[in-house]
Design a protein around this ligand. Structure first.
Ligand code: GLU
Length: 475
């Protein structure tokens, strides 16, 4: 069978991302959207966002919003937006045409008859399909569902990623294309829309390969040109099975909530099945766009490795300018802390400067910096280093209070705090001295060293916390 492919392949491509809003925005969908977007931007083309909501029962406005919000977060902007549910008249026009041209027909078989046929075919190990005798009726009455007249030929198409793919059409039978003239099924609506919207390249998940021959025979029947196809590899979990909830978060908004940076997430996602052909990994959107090409997309599945995503995020956090980092991190703090940050942004910037290299995702910041805004509470036992006795911790805390009291408030820097204590800590054992000091300031078993923290808290607050620890140790 000969297919008529679009001639304007190279110039000004138009691509689309066509999600069905039947669940939260999945990372697989986000990567498909990204590849389409990059291809359009690279080639001076356009990117259409088409919500495929013809299945009224499964589609939900909430999920549409989730998809749109996710794309906005990632900065994947569409040039056009449409919803299939608002295009019924267009589908009807095409369906009428294909029926009157006798390329399609009404099939009157009941659900039960079709189910029986399917069971029989499965038992005989035949491919399930329906070859309908109603297509030959002289008077093909309205009613039932609409099917396309099948073929027993073979078709071949050239996938831009996977190469030539051949398909035996006899395996399909007479495929269903609509429930009625105003209710098209997925493959029909896609074909009509891709045509109406002038889509030149269909870039989508490999799970749609089996739909491609169906869409191509619909195009042929309608006398319209086929776009070019590029099927991108699936995203797999670390065990190489299809990525699912079992492997961790799969929805884009969860990653946003956890505090990944959109640019880091984009950089990570683009490497899922694509690489620039060199060793470089950290690339901003501009560089990625410049380097992007469909030829460099791999055929095999791409493993979603959270460690790798974390690495990307850490790298992007490290590169952030101080003020931007502080602003971003503030968004992840509780409301009452946000207020305090607003009142003293310089204080918050200092905290974040210190925390910077420890951040993997921004949702962690809350736990790690809470002590800067409220006095920490902790049990007496936490103040005591390893096998030390509480008396030893008390002795060290007293000594630290004494040494720090002699420093001037204006000279309460990291270096001078360290200078005031260091010799004593070396003499008595660093862990033994610095542990209670750190716990007195933070209430945490893990935090940066106490000198930097003391500098940020300032002399008064540092001493007040040490005195509080002393009281606890007395009790
Ligand atoms: N609506 C389909 C989906 O969500 C995608 C259709 C297409 O890309 O052709 O899987």
């Amino acid at each position: 069978m000969i297919f008529n492919f679009l001639k304007n392949k190279g110039k000004n491509p138009r691509v689309r991302f066509a999600p069905s809003p039947t669940g939260p925005f999945h990372v697989g969908g986000a990567r498909t959207a990204l590849f389409n977007y990059l291809f359009a931007k690279k080639n001076g083309g356009e990117f259409v966002l088409r919500i495929e909501d013809t299945d009224a029962e499964r589609s939900d406005k909430r999920f549409e919003k989730d998809i749109v919000d996710g794309l906005n977060w990632l900065g994947i902007k569409s040039d056009e937006f449409c919803r299939q549910s608002e295009r019924t008249d267009i589908y009807e026009k095409y369906l009428k045409k294909i029926i009157s041209g006798r390329e399609a027909f009404w099939c009157h078989h009941t659900r039960e008859e079709l189910a029986e046929e399917k069971t029989r075919q499965m038992e005989n190990k035949e491919p399930p399909r329906h070859v309908c005798e109603h297509k030959n009726e002289k008077e093909n009455k309205t009613g039932g569902i609409i099917r396309l007249k099948g073929s027993d030929k073979k078709i071949k198409f050239h996938d831009l990623i996977r190469g030539d793919i051949e398909f035996d059409l006899s395996l399909l039978g007479d495929i269903a294309i609509a429930k009625d003239e105003r209710t098209p099924l997925y493959n029909f609506a896609v074909v009509v829309d891709d045509n109406e919207m002038g889509i030149t390249h269909v870039i989508r998940g490999e799970d749609h390969i089996s739909n491609t021959p169906k869409q191509m025979i619909i195009q042929k029947a309608l006398g319209i040109e086929s776009p070019l196809y590029a099927h991108i590899p699936m995203i797999l979990g670390t065990d190489r099975s299809k990525l699912s909830k079992r492997h961790g978060a799969t929805s884009v908004n969860e990653y946003q909530r956890l505090g990944y940076l959109a640019d880091a997430f984009i950089n990570f996602m683009v490497m899922l099945g694509w690489n620039p052909g060199d060793e470089k990994e950290i690339m901003d959107k501009e560089e990625i766009t410049k380097k992007f090409s469909l030829e460099k997309i791999q055929k095999g599945g791409a493993v979603f490795n959270i460690e790798k995503l974390n690495w990307f995020n850490k790298e992007y956090v490290k590169k952030m300018p101080a003020a931007e980092l502080a602003k971003t991190a503030a968004e992840f703090m509780p409301e009452e802390v946000k207020e305090k940050i607003k009142e003293n942004f310089a204080y918050w910037e200092k905290i974040m400067e210190m925390e910077k290299t420890r951040i993997t995702v921004f949702s962690e910041v809350k736990e790690n910096t809470g002590y800067f805004f409220v006095n920490p509470s902790f049990p007496k036992s936490l103040l005591v280093w390893e096998d030390d006795k509480p008396e030893t911790a008390k002795e060290h805390v007293n000594k630290i209070i004494e040494s720090l009291s002699s420093l001037k408030s204006a000279d309460f820097s990291k270096e001078s705090v360290k200078g005031a204590i260091w010799a004593y800590a070396e003499e008595k054992g660093r862990g033994s001295v610095l542990w209670p000091f750190r716990v007195a300031l933070t209430g945490l078993a893990k935090s940066p060293d106490p000198f930097g923290i003391a500098e940020i808290l300032g002399k008064d607050e540092t001493l007040s916390r040490l005195n509080h620890a002393k009281l606890i140790l007395h009790g």
